[in-house]
Design a protein. Structure first.
Length: 203
């Protein structure tokens, strides 16, 4: 294979005559004897129509190229899968920006502080929590100013009246386990108190 002159035998580098083996893979020539074929056998196989022959070195290169091609194919599939995930993340980010814009419209109309606006600059971090099966997990948003978060929480009922789609959005504080249990306890107490009041009114 080192000799690029196709008129020479790829094994002995001597000039090839008309009756020689020609590799179908890379079009290199080889004397029958150099290719491990006797003259008698060569004369017989030369009469076979559509007979093809590949040099062992060329065949090894072809096999290696096939393995490389498969590796590239795997890499391409992984890249496409990663691109798809990035697209989903970008779509989620765009929806988040749209939600913030809608919130800004509502908050601007009911200003409760100096500017009454929440922008992308007020968000220091956001990410979707780890997925659990087919259930869509919530997005955790961290603000650089507590007043901005409180502003959104105070205007949730107004925000949901802007568009039908917004009624499907649930927003709540990110509580640790201790605060979460405390909140749950307070909610249960409030429900029990409300139930008792209703029973007293009936009597």
């Amino acid at each position: 294979m080192a000799n690029k002159d196709k008129s020479l035998c790829c094994e002995c580098n001597k000039v090839c005559t008309a009756d020689n083996l020609c590799c179908i893979t890379y079009r290199v020539f080889c004397h029958p004897k150099c290719g491990g074929i006797t003259e008698d056998l060569f004369k017989k196989i030369a009469k076979i129509s559509n007979f093809i022959w590949s040099h062992s070195n060329c065949l090894s290169v072809s096999t290696s190229n096939l393995e490389y091609a498969r590796s590239f194919g795997d890499i391409k599939e992984k890249q496409e899968a990663m691109d798809a995930k990035l697209t989903v993340l970008q779509e989620g980010y765009n929806k988040l920006l749209e939600t913030i814009k809608v919130m800004n419209v509502s908050i601007k109309n009911t200003e409760t502080n100096s500017d009454g606006l929440v922008t992308e600059c007020d968000i220091t971090k956001y990410h979707r929590l780890k997925s659990s099966g087919d259930r869509r997990r919530p997005v955790l948003i961290k603000f650089n100013d507590r007043s901005k978060k409180n502003l959104i929480m105070e205007n949730l009922c107004k925000i949901k009246y802007l568009e039908t789609e917004l009624t499907k959005i649930g927003v709540s504080h990110d509580l640790n386990k201790e605060h979460g249990e405390e909140r749950k306890k307070l909610v249960e107490e409030a429900k029990e108190k409300q139930k008792n009041n209703q029973n007293n009114n009936k009597e």
